[in-house]
Design a protein. Structure first.
Ligand code: PLP
Length: 357
């Protein structure tokens, strides 16, 4: 199999895929696949409960938080979280550090009086802010800890006082240890560090879950989903199952401490190769805000881009093309990418620079 640097849907751990393959036709002795059993049946309910407990153990999620396995992608929750966490007259603050946080504020605007409390647009989204003027009356402060396209990451938490922090962790969840108690709500589309797309994980502090929000249909209300253990309607059973396998895999790797150390080592090695290439490759993100998950880089001459992409694909390095908004290259190195894959990329880049420098 190639080394898959896709930003998402992204590579899953081979052990997870192999287990899913082994169980595909006969899951837990049912004689059918997990996709073919009732979500309200004993087997699925038991698996769902184990999966939540495994996640709680991995992340150290306090009892005062509810875990939900929903649908709609992170994008739907840009709007839905505003409907749930803010009343019709409420204000909310947003930190804008790139494409996804910009989308989050736009999608919330029909439902909350959203204000940009800090932005790094002026420097082309090459850094993350360190100063915040948070409205103490804001219903929440939203930020995107890792900007998947721009390749920036917060390595500190925004200071929000008593205003609850809401984080879109789609591209950095489970990538290192995290103090969940510092957040009001965490949410993440599954398709990078959790499992297949179509599943969204939410971790919500119970006092926020009880907020009245605005009038809305039950299907949008987080509290209704919580009352029904994320089974208000038919959940994404396949995604839920694969998330469970991934949580077990992370635990088997040594948990978030071990995963975090490995992710840091991978990112350090790749940035060192870029910075040490004598200008053949560049990454212009503020070094204190570089992402450990998504590493965008450019070649010194963009006329070489197509050759680089073709040669890298032939060398078994898949999906290195940068996002269409930014061009260049991007290597996404989520949890499932081992150091061996990153080293294969580094070796290829060195060799390519020698041949074309
Ligand atoms: N937020 C971030 C940080 C992302 O990287 C993405 C990309 O998948 C999204 C939100 C959008 O997620 P979805 O496609 O699940 O709506």
């Amino acid at each position: 199999r190639p080394w898959n640097f896709s930003a998402g849907p992204a590579a899953l751990a081979p052990e997870v895929l192999a287990q899913a393959q082994r169980e595909l036709l006969d899951w837990r002795g049912t004689g059918v696949s997990v996709m073919e059993v009732s979500h309200r049946g004993r087997d699925f309910m038991a698996m769902a409960e184990e999966t939540e407990q495994d996640l709680r153990a991995l992340m150290g999620i306090p009892d005062s938080y509810t875990v939900l396995f929903l649908q709609g992608g992170a994008t739907q929750h840009f709007a839905q979280l505003a409907m749930n966490l803010a009343g019709p007259e409420d204000r909310a603050d947003y930190v804008v550090t790139g494409h996804w946080s910009q989308k989050a504020v736009q999608e919330a605007m029909p439902y909350v009086n959203a204000r940009v409390a800090a932005s790094t647009e002026a420097d082309g989204f090459r850094s993350v802010p360190t100063q915040f003027e948070v409205d103490p009356q804001a219903a929440y402060l939203h930020f995107t800890p890792n900007e998947t396209i721009h390749g920036t990451e917060f390595h500190h938490l925004p200071e929000s006082g008593d205003v609850p922090l809401v984080a879109d962790m789609s591209s950095d969840i489970l990538s290192r240890p995290l103090d969940v108690s510092k957040f009001g709500m965490i949410y993440a589309g599954a398709q990078k560090n959790i499992g297949p797309s179509g599943l969204v994980l939410l971790i919500v502090r119970d006092d926020l879950l009880r907020r009245p929000g605005r009038p809305m249909a039950d299907i949008f209300r987080y509290a209704r989903h919580a009352e029904r253990d994320s089974m208000l309607n038919t959940p994404n059973t396949w995604g839920w199952y694969l998330a469970g396998l991934t949580f077990q895999w992370i635990a088997a790797q040594g948990g978030l401490e071990a995963i975090g150390a490995r992710n840091q080592a991978k990112a350090d090695a790749l940035y060192a190769a870029i910075d040490g290439s004598g200008g053949f490759y560049t990454n212009t993100i503020d070094p204190t805000a570089r992402s450990r998950m998504n590493v965008p880089f450019r070649l010194h001459d963009e006329a070489l881009d197509a050759t680089f992409l073709q040669a890298s694909a032939e060398a078994g390095l898949m999906a290195l093309k940068g996002h269409r908004a930014l061009g260049g290259m991007r290597a996404s190195i989520y949890n499932a990418m081992p150091m061996q894959g990153v080293q294969a990329l580094i070796d290829f880049m060195g060799d390519f620079a020698r041949r074309h420098g």
